[in-house]
Design a protein around this ligand. Sequence first.
Ligand code: C2G
Length: 474
Amino acid sequence: MLDLIRNYLKNINRVRYEIICLSNIGRRKMVKVITYGTFDLFHEGHYRLLQRAKALGDYLIVGVTTENYDKARGKLGVVDSVITRIENVKKTGFADEVIIEESAGQKFNDIKKYHVDIFTVGSDWTGYFDYLNDCCKVVYLERTRNISSTMLREQRHRIMRIGIIGNGRIANRFIPEVRLVSGISVQGVYNPHSHSARQFAKKWEIDAYEDIEQFYCAVDAVYIASPHKTHYGYIIEALKHGKHVLCEKPMVLQKNQAVEAYVCAKEHGVVLFEGIKTAYCPGFQKLLGIACSGVIGNIRNVEACFTKLEHKDSRELTDLRYGGSFIELGSYVMLPILKLMGVDYERFFFDSIKGDNGLDLFTKVTLRYKTGLATATCGLGVKSEGRLLIAGTKGYIVVEAPWWKTSYFEVHYEDVGRVDKYSEVFLGEGLRYEIGEFLFRINRGVKDDFKLTRGESVALAGIMEQFLKEMRGI
Ligand code: C2G
C-alpha cells in the first residue's frame, strides 16, 4: 500500500518539479519550503497553514503522516485514511509535492534530501523543532484560533470545539494533549478572573471569554478544570446549554449532585464524563482485563497507594474545605478498588494523619466487601511506596509507581519462578486517552461507559461526601 502511494506521488511530482525547475533557470534560486501534518478532517486551520507555507517560498513540499507514525507519536483518533488526507492537501493547490512521513527523525533527512530552505509548522509546535535550525530556517506560523464549521459541513465528523473553564495547572497540561487528539480543537477559556484567563489565552493562542454566555455560544463541549467546589454549578449550567462536559476529578463531592448531573446530561442528550485519566489509559485497561481473566483466581484484596509531597503553602494543603490528600488523590486510589471489587461494599472507614490546620496529610480508607478487602492510601505530606497490589486466590498482580500511569505490571504466582510481565504505552500526560474516549462517545453516540461507569462515578462522589462529613463535618 505504502509503495503504491509512494510511486503515485513520485510520478506526478517529478513532472511538476521539472517544469518548475525549467521555468526558474536563469532566475534567482528557488526557495523550497517543507511542512508536515496529519491533515485529518481537513479544516480551515490546515488550509491557512498551507497557504502561508506556500507564500514563504516558491516550492512547497507537504509531508502527510502515515497511520503507523501517528500511532507511534501518540496522535489518537485519526479518522481519514492517508489517501484521503493526501487528496485533501492536494485539493488546496498549494502543495507542489506531497510526501509521506513515516517515522520520527525523517524531517531532518527530508530537509537534506530535498534541499529544503525553510521548514514551517503551526505555532502550537513553537520551540519543538528548533533543532532543525542547524540545517534550514525554521518558521512557526501562527495557528488558526477559531475553526469555523463552514469548511466542515459535508464531513461525517465535525471538529469538536472545546472550551476550558478554569485555567490552573491541569488546564496547562490539557491543551498540548488535546492537540494530539484528532477532531477536537481548543476554542477558548473562561475564568471569572478575566486577567488570569487572558494571560492563559495569550500563552496558548486561544480566545479568552469574559462573558460566559458568549463562551457557551462559541463551543460544543467544555472541560471543567476550576476549583472542586465550583464543578457542580458549571456542570449543570453547561449541560443546560446543551454542551458536552468533561469534568476533572473529583467531579462532584456529593452523591445526589452526581446523580442529578447524569440525569441532566441525559435530558439534554449530551455526554457527561468524569476525567480520571487512569481509567482510560490502555495499560490500566489491560491490567483490568488480566486481573479479571481468572489468572490470579478470585480477587480477594486490592491495595492502592498514591502519595505526592506538596508544599505546605500549596492550594492542596491550605484549602481548609476542599484541600487535603483524600479529596486530591482519592479518585485515583479508589478507582482500581471500585473497578475490581465493585460499588457494593459492606462497610468502610477512614483514618487520617492531620496537619496543624486540620487537613489530612495522609489518609487510609479500608473497605470490607462480601468477598474481600481493600485499602486506599493517599498522602500529600507523607511519602510512601505508590504501589497497586491485586491479590487473588491463585496469584497476585503488582504495579509499581506510577501505577496511575499504567505502563508495566507483573503477575506472580505461588511458584516464585513464574512471573508474567506485561507492558503498554502511556504517552505524555495521558490526558489524551480520556479526551479521545470523550470525543469517541460524543461522535459515535456511544452509551457504553464501561471504562468508568456512571455507577462508579456516583459511588466516588458518595465516598467523597462521606469523607467530608466524617472528617470535616461538612
Ligand atoms: N494548524 C494550525 N491551526 C489549527 C490547527 C492546525 O495552524 N487550528 C497547523 C498545525 O500547527 C500543523 C498543521 O496545521 O502545522 C497540520 O496540523 P495537524 O494535522 O494537526 O498535524 P500535527 O499533529 O500538528 O503534525 O510531523 C507532524 C507535524 O509535526 C505536525
